[in-house]
Design a protein around this ligand. Structure first.
Ligand code: DSN
Length: 427
């Protein structure tokens, strides 16, 4: 980084501090990960200079020969990884990929159904503060109070009543596997399309340790930087391409356009201009890494670590939403610990442990306070931590939560965190 240091010492120093933070803190945010140096190199490459509006072989700019190669590689690898017939690797994020899906499949005012944000869903699944709840008529479904699992009876009842055009399955804070087949049965019963947003579980699916959304979902979107461990970005997938059901035809030939064509057009020029070719190259690198057998070992450890988090917290009297996990994340309900999610997040942050406060199902507190925290294993597993470290981390978190106003306890935990992190350097 010597060029940057000389030219802009302010930004160089900020980056330096952030790298130190990532090295010295324990990262437990379930949606974060540490991407490889190879991915970082691709993302930091001169591919950022290239305008390439359009798609490989049909760009609006000259000089695209090499970025075409990069995008084609990313597409081929994404298709192989998820056993999909079509991939669009241009969305700038998971939210953009959802926007692309909706633009391709819906008209403004159409009804969509997604898991309520406060029950583990995502902003773009119909929240009223997001475009998804403002442009479309959104109806939410929920989890059950008794076990924290998706309430499929509630979903079916509402689906019959509201006749959604699109049902979205997938979540941000749902610790259990997504039952794509059950969602599809309901979608078929009411004549809706099924959209799988696999942002959180993409790595698990790629490693074949979570059921595939195909053949159940008509369309799938995901971000690339969570369990998939790539650069920040998004993609859209079709297990099998199909003729668009709206009867939209190609102007010259008069043939009915395929869904892939509608999605391509929705992403560019529908919602985006020039693709981020440096990020697309980074996605290609990450997909290659995820196709390597070692990625399965990584995801296996991610799942073991998450399960152990759940067990260890339970043994210390914590309420684990849904009683455990079969993914990479655990949701703790702190109501019996007399601490809010906000207080816990703040005290843990001071102790060098980074996680996020999170609503728990039927939370009496606001999203700014919350009654819970979400804990994810992907990042610490990437740096090589295993069950021994998980046990230590649970002890440290418990100590901070119980003594969340005691500065000396927080300071001593911070030192222990620093020592632990020293043995597992990242960058
Ligand atoms: N905000 C992300 C998360 O933390 O789960 C989802 O996009």
């Amino acid at each position: 980084m010597s060029n940057l240091k000389n030219q802009d010492p302010d930004i160089a120093s900020i980056i330096d501090s952030e790298v130190k933070r990532q090295n010295n803190f324990l990262e437990l945010i379930a949606s974060e990960n540490f991407t490889s140096k190879a991915v970082l190199e691709a993302v930091g490459s001169p591919l950022t200079n290239k305008y390439a509006e359009g798609y490989p072989g049909r760009r609006y700019y000259g000089g695209c020969i090499h970025v075409d190669e990069a995008e084609n590689l990313a597409i081929d690898r994404a298709k192989k990884l998820f056993k999909a017939e079509y991939a669009n690797v241009q969305p700038h994020s998971g939210s953009s990929s959802n926007m692309g899906v909706y633009l391709a499949m819906l008209e403004p005012g159409d009804c969509i159904m997604g898991l309520d944000l406060s029950h583990g869903g995502h902003l773009t699944h119909g929240s009223k503060v997001s475009f998804s709840g403002q442009i479309y008529n959104s109806v939410t479904f929920h989890v059950k109070k008794e076990d924290g699992l998706i309430d499929f009876d509630d979903l079916l009842k509402k689906a019959k009543e509201h006749k959604p055009k699109l049902i979205i399955c997938g979540a941000s804070a749902y610790p259990r596997q997504v039952e794509f087949e059950k969602f599809r049965e309901i979608a078929d019963e009411v004549g809706a399309f099924l959209h799988g947003d696999i942002c959180h579980n993409a790595g698990l699916i790629a490693a074949e340790m979570h059921p595939s959304p195909f053949p159940y979902c008509h369309v799938v979107s995901t971000s690339t930087h969570k369990t998939l461990r790539g650069p920040r970005g998004g993609i859209i997938l079709l297990g099998k391409d199909f003729e668009n059901p709206y009867g939209i035809v190609a102007p010259k030939s008069g043939r009915v356009k395929m869904m892939s064509e509608l999605i391509d057009a929705a992403v560019m020029p529908g919602i985006q201009g020039g693709p981020l070719m440096h990020v697309i190259a980074g996605k290609a690198v990450a997909f290659k890494e995820a196709l390597d057998p070692s990625f399965k070992d990584y995801i296996k450890s991610v799942l073991e670590n998450a399960e152990y988090f759940a067990e260890e917290f339970k043994s210390r009297g914590y309420n684990v939403v849904s009683g455990g996990t079969d993914t990479h994340l655990v949701l703790l309900d702190l109501q019996n610990k007399d601490v809010t999610g906000k207080q816990a997040e703040h005290a843990l942050d001071l102790a060098g442990i980074t996680l996020n406060k999170n609503m728990v199902p039927f939370d009496p507190k606001s999203p700014f306070v919350t009654s819970g925290v979400r804990i994810g294993s992907p990042a610490l597993t990437t740096r090589g931590m295993g069950l021994d470290e998980v046990k230590i981390i649970v002890d440290l978190i418990d100590k901070v939560i119980i003594n969340n106003e005691d500065k000396s306890v927080i300071e001593s935990v911070k030192q222990e965190v620093k020592e632990l992190c020293k043995s597992f350097p990242i960058y």
